[in-house]
Design a protein around this ligand. Structure first.
Ligand code: SF4
Ligand code: SF4
Length: 375
C-alpha cells in the first residue's frame, strides 16, 4: 500500500520548514530510507521561471534549503537542478527565486539541464522513448520538490507534472505541439515520463499554494501543508482529494488509472500524520473555465472539447510587450502587430503555454458561450 505523509507547516521561517520536512520524512521511515552515505542526490524544485519567492510561482527557497541540509546530514551530496520554461537559464531563474542563495549558502551545486539524451521508456506504453536532460541520470537519488499550484491546461501542477522540468528548455514546447488539443495525450506523456524518471521521493510545497489562474498569475492561498511520499500519482490523488475534487478529474491520475497503476481510490493510500478531514481545504479556486473541475467525465469532455475549452485572450492594458508568449507558443499563433500582441485562433491548440509564460498576468482565459452559460 502506498503511503503519503501530511504535516502542518504554518510558514516559511527556515526553522519551521526544517521541522515540517523532518516530520514528513520521519513518517516515511526517515532519510536513511532514501539516501545512503555518498549518494549523489538531485533536488528538483519547480523553477518554472525567475520569480521572487513571495509570488508563489516556484518552490520556496526555505523548503529547498531544509531538504538540502537534511540530505547532507544523511550523508548525501545534494545538487539542485531544473530546466526553466523557454530559454531562461537556471542560474538566472534560481537567483530571482532565492534558490541560488540557498545553493551557495548550503554548498549545493546548481545543475543546468542543458543537454538531452534519448532514454527508453522502461514500461510498455504509448511512447517508446523520451528526450530527457542528460544530467538527470548522473544521480543515485532524485528528490522531486513540486509547488502546489493550479494549471490552466492540466488543472493542477503537482508531483507528476513537476517532472516535465526534466525535459530541456524549448523541447517542452515540442511536446505541446505534438499533443495539440488532446489533453489526455499530454497527460499520458507526463505519466510515462514520470515512470521513466521515477524519483525516489517527492516533497510537496503546499505551505502557500497558488489558486485561480496558475501556474504563473494566480492568487496565493495559505494551506500550511507539506506532503511527502514515494509515489507521485498517490500523492497527487491525496492533494486533489484535500482540495475537494474527485481524484480522477486530474488528467494524469485518470491516465494512470487507465494504465492500471494508480491506487483504486483514496482509501487504498495509507495516510500518515494529519487526518485528511482535518486539513481539507474549502473553496479552493480552480482556473476560471476549467471544466475539469466541473465534475464532467473525461469521455464527455472529449466529445464537447470544442465547446468546453476556453481561449487565451490578451489584456493589452497590462501587456509590457516582453514577447515571452511569442517564444512560448508552439504553433506560431501569437504574433506582434502594430506594437500589440495578437492571437490567431485558427492556429491555437489551447495549450495555454502563452499564459504560463506571461510574467504580467496579461493573458486571461475567455470562456466560450457554452461555458459562460454553465458557469
Ligand atoms: S496562443 Fe497560447 S494557447 Fe494558443 S497555441 Fe499558442 S501558446 Fe497555446
Ligand atoms: S508574455 Fe504577457 S506581457 Fe509579455 S508580450 Fe505576451 S502578453 Fe505581453
Amino acid at each position: 500500500m502506498e503511503a503519503v505523509s501530511v504535516v502542518r507547516c504554518q510558514g516559511y521561517h527556515p526553522a519551521t520548514v526544517e521541522k515540517g520536512v523532518l516530520e514528513a520524512i520521519r513518517f516515511l521511515g526517515g532519510w536513511d530510507k532514501f539516501v545512503r552515505r555518498g549518494d549523489k542526490v538531485l533536488v528538483k524544485p519547480n523553477l518554472l521561471t525567475g520569480a521572487p519567492p513571495e509570488k508563489g510561482v516556484t518552490t520556496h527557497p526555505s523548503l529547498v534549503r531544509a531538504v538540502v541540509l537534511q540530505i547532507k546530514e544523511a550523508g548525501g551530496i545534494p545538487m539542485i537542478g531544473d530546466s526553466p520554461m523557454l530559454s531562461s537559464s537556471l542560474i538566472r531563474a534560481a537567483e530571482k527565486a532565492g534558490i541560488k542563495e540557498v545553493a551557495d549558502h548550503c554548498g549545493a551545486r546548481l545543475v543546468e539541464f542543458d543537454e538531452s539524451i534519448e532514454v527508453d521508456n522502461p514500461y510498455e506504453g504509448t511512447f517508446r522513448r523520451f528526450e530527457i536532460a542528460k544530467q538527470v541520470f548522473d544521480f543515485d537519488v532524485i528528490v522531486n520538490l513540486p509547488k502546489l499550484k493550479t494549471h490552466s491546461q492540466m488543472l493542477l501542477t503537482l508531483a507528476v507534472k513537476n517532472l516535465f522540468g526534466c525535459v530541456v528548455g524549448r523541447k517542452k514546447v515540442q511536446w505541446h505541439f505534438k499533443a495539440g488539443t488532446d489533453r489526455l495525450y499530454f497527460a499520458r506523456m507526463l505519466v510515462e515520463l514520470y515512470r521513466t524518471i521515477e524519483p525516489q521521493l517527492t516533497i510537496v510545497d503546499g505551505i502557500v499554494a497558488m489558486e485561480g489562474n496558475g501556474p504563473q498569475s494566480g492568487s496565493l492561498r495559505k494551506l500550511g501543508l507539506i506532503l511527502a511520499g514515494r509515489e507521485c500519482v498517490a500523492l497527487d490523488m491525496v492533494i486533489t482529494h484535500l482540495l475537494g475534487l474527485e481524484s480522477l478529474l486530474l488528467p494524469t491520475t485518470f491516465v494512470a488509472r487507465e494504465m492500471g497503476f494508480a491506487p483504486i481510490d483514496i482509501g487504498k493510500i495509507k495516510i500518515l500524520g494529519e487526518e485528511l478531514n482535518k486539513v481539507a481545504v474549502d473553496d479552493f479556486q480552480f482556473p476560471s473555465y476549467s471544466t475539469m473541475a466541473w465534475n464532467i467525465p473525461h469521455w464527455l469532455q472529449r466529445r464537447l472539447k470544442r465547446y468546453l475549452t476556453p481561449l487565451p485572450s490578451v489584456e493589452l492594458s497590462k501587456c509590457t510587450l516582453c514577447r515571452r508568449c511569442l517564444e512560448a507558443c508552439p504553433t506560431g499563433a501569437v504574433s506582434e502587430s502594430n506594437s500589440k500582441v495578437v492571437i490567431n485562433y485558427d492556429k491555437c491548440i489551447t495549450c495555454f503555454c502563452c499564459q504560463e509564460a506571461c510574467p504580467d498576468g496579461s493573458i486571461q482565459l475567455r470562456g466560450r458561450w457554452l461555458m459562460r452559460l454553465m458557469s
